[in-house]
Design a protein around this ligand. Structure first.
Ligand code: ATP
Ligand code: MG
Length: 293
């Protein structure tokens, strides 16, 4: 080893091997009670779904029992978890609008025995209109989820809710059902402008509907260390939200974007990939942060 040249590439490889070893060796403890984490950012394409499914898969592999609720009519989280979501499948629409029990629609993901999914079908696109006339329309998901969680033995440790890129009734339901919000921020120009608006919306939901809601973390996504822009945006976000921003940063990686086309998360598609590694680190950090509180 001493005779090998100490090049930047070699240093990076050594660091990656050390990080993977740390991830593999870290043991996680189940949270005291089920943590319900809504992944939200009204901006489209910032990595909400990619974060939901990869964090969920990483935690399932660490022994946690995890449910992903797909609350986006696009059904991208269902796809990535290898779960059917054609329009005759029962999913989040039937739970919210027809009032079926969540247990009738939740399925196990082929990814892992500890990983479950409430799929979203395209029907969900009509849910907001249907729900407008409901009493307590903001709390439908919260009540359904609570019933489901109470019926589960062994209990679930984490629930991730993947929300659509809007601040409509589906997202409000996701924020009302959650104990915390995780905000993915893409490392690009204008990233913070949307976030200020999002934070004030979270504050509003907290005041009016869900007083215990908190921002559980901000996750920097699609970081490209070759560009000054990514570095500047990441530094800016950390300056504004020093406590909330996770240390783990998700790099841009083609493997992360390819995985869904194989009906897989990146963590099962290519566990050694640098993006999968970063999501595993983020999952560990998220789990450890929760257990400190
Ligand atoms: P939407 O608002 O439409 O629901 P989203 O916020 O859920 O989008 P994703 O679907 O997770 O965002 O990501 C948007 C696109 O970027 C997808 O094609 C995804 O595969 C890709 N992507 C996400 N994260 C990364 C990454 N770190 N590196 C490369 N590509 C990524
Ligand atoms: Mg999405």
């Amino acid at each position: 080893m001493n005779n090998m040249p100490n090049t930047p590439l070699l240093r990076e490889m050594t660091q990656t091997i050390e990080r993977a070893k740390r991830v593999a060796e870290t043991e996680l403890f189940a949270p005291a009670k089920t943590r319900v984490i809504t992944i939200s950012n009204q901006k489209g394409g910032v990595g909400k779904t990619t974060s939901a499914v990869n964090l969920a898969s990483a935690l399932a592999r660490k022994g946690m029992r995890v449910l992903v609720i797909d609350l986006d009519p696009q059904g991208n989280a269902s796809t990535a978890l290898g779960v059917e979501h054609h329009n005759s499948v029962r999913g989040s629409f039937e739970v919210l609008v027809d009032g079926i029990e969540m247990a009738e629609a939740v399925v196990q993901s082929p990814e892992h025995q500890n990983l479950f999914c409430l799929p979203a079908t395209i029907n969900l696109a009509g849910a907001e209109i249907e729900m407008v006339s409901f009493d307590n329309r903001e709390q439908v998901l919260k009540l359904k989820l609570q019933e489901y969680l109470d019926s589960q033995n062994p209990r679930l440790d984490f629930v991730f809710i993947d929300s659509p890129p809007s601040l409509g009734l589906l997202t409000i339901n996701a924020l009302c059902a959650a104990t915390e919000v995780l905000v993915p921020i893409q490392c690009e120009y204008y990233a913070l402008e949307g976030v200020t608006q999002l934070m004030s919306n979270i504050e509003r939901v907290k005041r009016a509907l869900n007083p215990t809601l908190m921002v559980g973390g901000i996750l920097l996504t699609m970081f490209d260390n070759r560009t000054n822009l990514s570095t500047d945006v990441a530094a800016e976000v950390r300056k504004f939200f020093p406590a909330e921003t996770l240390n783990a940063t998700i790099p841009r990686s083609v493997r992360l974007s390819e995985a869904p086309s194989f009906g897989q998360t990146a963590i099962s598609y290519d566990p050694k990939n640098i993006g999968s590694l970063a999501y595993q680190e983020a999952a560990i950090e998220l789990a450890q942060r929760g257990s400190e509180e």
